[in-house]
Design a protein around this ligand. Structure first.
Ligand SMILES: *[C@@H]1O[C@H](CO)[C@@H](O)[C@H](O)[C@H]1NC(C)=O
Length: 347
C-alpha cells in the first residue's frame, strides 16, 4: 500500500500578515432553532426565534476534544440537563430535521426529547446506538431508527422526517445510515424539550453535546453536511503557519515567533526517531528596518528515512529513494524571490 502525503509549502511572505477571518459563506439553510452550546453563544438560540435554553448542573467545557473546543458536559444525573422553551417556532408539526454533535461517554440517555416528562419526538443515545423516534401529535409511537456509533468521540447525528413522502431517515457524520417509510403523520413537536435527562426516567445522558439544530423540513445529505459545519458552531481552529510567522498549535493556541535559525516546526512525538518532521530555517527579513521580523527560507521535511531539503537558494535536495515528486510552481510576487511549491511524498 502506498501512503501518500501531500503538502503545500508557502515560504517567505514579504508582508506582515495579520490573520484575517474569511467572511463566512451565506447560509441558505434557515434553522427554526439553533443552539450552538459553546463558549461564544452558551445556551442561546441564535436562530432569532428566542427559545434560549436553561442550563442546570451542566458544565461548559472549553478544552479541546477532537474537533470541538466548546460543548456542554452532562453528568448523567437527573438534574443535569438543559431545558428549551418552545414558543412554537420549532413546533414544525409536518417535516423536521434534528441535527447535533454528541460525544457520548455513558450508556444511554436523551439527546433531545420533546416533552420534558413524556414522549414527544425524541432523539436518544441508546446504548451504543443513536435512536430517533417520530411520535405523532396524539402521542402514538412510530417505529424508530437506530444505528451504532462510537463512544468517547464526536458523532454528528441527524434525523429527518418528511411529511410528503412519509420517510424517516437517520444520518451519521453526514451519511445516511437508515431509513423507513412510516407514512404521513403530524409530529409531537409542540412541547418544550430537554437534553440530558427526562423527568421520571433513570436513563441520563453522560458526555458532551454541542450545536443542536432544528429545521422545518427534511434536509438532504448535502444540506446536512453543511449544517454540520454551521458557522455558529465553529470547530477548533486548525493548526497553521502563516505570515512572518504566525503559528497556531495543534491544541489551538496562537503565537508569533521571531527566532532566527533552524527550528522544529512540527514532528511526530510517538517515536524516539520521528517518522515525520519539518524543520525550518528562519532568517531576518531585510525590509523591516530595525524591527526583527523573520521569514522561513530553508525547509527540511523528513518522512521515514527520506528527506527533502530546500535551501535558501531554492535548491531542492532529495535523499534516499526517489519517491518524491516536486511540482515546482514558482510564483514570484515581488523582488524577494518567494515561491510556492508543492511536493508529494510517497512512502
Ligand atoms: C535534514 O533532515 C535530515 C533527516 O532528518 C538530516 O539528516 C539533515 O541533517 C537535515 N538537514 C538540515 C540542514 O537540517
Amino acid at each position: 500500500m502506498i501512503r501518500a502525503l501531500a503538502f503545500i509549502v508557502l515560504l517567505s511572505f514579504p508582508v506582515a500578515c495579520v490573520a484575517k477571518k474569511l467572511p463566512s459563506k451565506r447560509q441558505s439553510l434557515n434553522p427554526v432553532a439553533l443552539w450552538p452550546l459553546n463558549a461564544e453563544h452558551l445556551t442561546r438560540d441564535v436562530s432569532g426565534n428566542g427559545n434560549d435554553g436553561d442550563a442546570r448542573q451542566v458544565e461548559l467545557d472549553t478544552t479541546r476534544h477532537g474537533d470541538f473546543c466548546g460543548a456542554y458536559r452532562f453528568m448523567g444525573k437527573a438534574l443535569s440537563f438543559i431545558e428549551f422553551p418552545n414558543n412554537g417556532a420549532y413546533d414544525t408539526r409536518y417535516s423536521i430535521t434534528l441535527a447535533v454533535h454528541i460525544f457520548p461517554e455513558g450508556p444511554t440517555g436523551p439527546i433531545f426529547n420533546f416533552k420534558t416528562n413524556g414522549w414527544g419526538v425524541h432523539l436518544w443515545h441508546a446504548r451504543n446506538d443513536d435512536l430517533v423516534r417520530f411520535v405523532t401529535r396524539s402521542l402514538a409511537f412510530t417505529p424508530g431508527l437506530t444505528h451504532t456509533y462510537a463512544l468517547n468521540t464526536w458523532n454528528f447525528v441527524a434525523a429527518t422526517y418528511d411529511h410528503d413522502s412519509g420517510m424517516e431517515r437517520l444520518f451519521l457524520n453526514g451519511a445516511q445510515v437508515a431509513q423507513r417509510r412510516i407514512g404521513s403523520i403530524q409530529l409531537a413537536t409542540q412541547y418544550k424539550a430537554r437534553m440530558g435527562s427526562r423527568v421520571g426516567d433513570r436513563r441520563r445522558f453522560k458526555g458532551m453535546i454541542t450545536c443542536m439544530q432544528i429545521y422545518d423540513r427534511a434536509l438532504n445529505a448535502l444540506e446536512i453536511k453543511a449544517a454540520g459545519e454551521n458557522a455558529n458552531c465553529p470547530k477548533c481552529p486548525r493548526p497553521n503557519v502563516a505570515g512572518d510567522p504566525h503559528m497556531r498549535t495543534f491544541d489551538g493556541r496562537a503565537y508569533s515567533f521571531q527566532g532566527v535559525g533552524w527550528y522544529t516546526l512540527v514532528k511526530d512525538c510517538s517515536n524516539q526517531k520521528p517518522e515525520f518532521e519539518i524543520n525550518i530555517d528562519f532568517v531576518p527579513r531585510e525590509d523591516t528596518g530595525d524591527k526583527l521580523r523573520t521569514r522561513a527560507l530553508g525547509l527540511n521535511v523528513t518522512v521515514g528515512k527520506e528527506n527533502v531539503l530546500i535551501d535558501g537558494q531554492n535548491e531542492v535536495k532529495v535523499s534516499g529513494e526517489q519517491h518524491i515528486n516536486c511540482y515546482k510552481k514558482k510564483r514570484f510576487t515581488g523582488d524577494s524571490g518567494f515561491y510556492n511549491q508543492r511536493y508529494d511524498i510517497y512512502y
